[in-house]
Design a protein around this ligand. Structure first.
Ligand SMILES: [Zn+2]
Length: 250
């Protein structure tokens, strides 16, 4: 089985053994190290899995960045505080424009209110768009009207990273860089590297075939060691992909 926490732990150990440093997204923006990995976690739901992920990383001396949505299935204040307490970065996984049905003024108010609430729990200096797969609205469009930098936000992974230099990997669709599943999680990549599985990714790392700067985007709810939730997640992913496919083709 791929996409288990056991496999994730092996992946991190492999990358550490290859001499990669791990940088918080905010630290990368301030001063990018020459050979680094940014671990970016989108906590779409099941925050308990994010806490498990955070602990695995902490035990390996790795820091990463977790983006929480302002919805009950993601926003768990106890977990947010615990993850921050392990030295990880907390960011806001925003979806204001789709929640506010495309109204930018309402979305901007909603953005500022949720950001203030999250800052009650942990320092927040970066944000990341939630793809809102069931909505036709692109949450990045809020920045055609407003500027997040006025709110002491230093960066957004979709807007402040040059993916011609940073190799981007996402687990959307429970595959690495699966083109069919990641309509909004995609970036314009400057690399043409096919990753077939996590084992393949580890193999490329061991053979020194990975670029020097990499952002790995994971959704921790997809990484599961127990068989039943793993199957449920796989089925749910496939249902969503079919819906997305039909939705975006019309
Ligand atoms: Zn998301």
């Amino acid at each position: 089985m791929d996409f288990t926490l056991i496999r994730y732990n092996q992946l991190l150990k492999t990358l550490l053994a290859q001499g990669f440093e791990f940088q918080l997204f905010s630290s990368f923006l301030k001063k990018p190290a020459p050979r680094i990995i940014i671990l970016r976690h989108d906590v779409d739901r099941r925050p308990g899995n994010s806490l498990k992920t955070a602990r695995i990383e902490h035990n390996l001396g790795i820091q990463s960045t977790f983006y929480f949505r302002a919805v009950p299935e993601s926003w768990d204040e106890g977990i947010i505080r615990k993850i921050a307490g392990l030295g990880h970065e907390i960011g806001y996984h925003y979806e204001n424009l789709s929640v506010c049905k495309g109204n930018p003024d309402q979305a901007w108010d909603d953005f500022q209110a949720n950001l203030a609430n999250l800052r009650e729990l942990a320092p927040v200096t970066t944000i990341c768009m939630h793809g809102s797969p069931m909505s036709r609205i692109n949450n990045l469009d809020l920045w055609q009207t407003y500027e997040y930098k006025t709110q002491d936000i230093v960066g957004e992974p979709y807007l402040d990273v040059d993916y011609g230099k940073v190799f981007y990997l996402t687990d959307t669709g429970r595959r690495w860089n699966h083109a069919g599943a990641s309509i909004r999680d995609r970036v314009d990549s400057g690399f043409d590297i096919q990753i077939d599985s996590t084992i393949h990714l580890m193999d490329l790392a061991q053979r020194g075939r990975l670029p020097d700067q990499i952002m790995i985007n994971t959704h921790p709810q997809r990484w599961e060691d127990r068989a039943l939730p793993w199957v449920k997640e796989l089925v749910w992913q496939n249902v969503k992909n079919v819906v997305k496919h039909v939705w975006f083709k019309t």
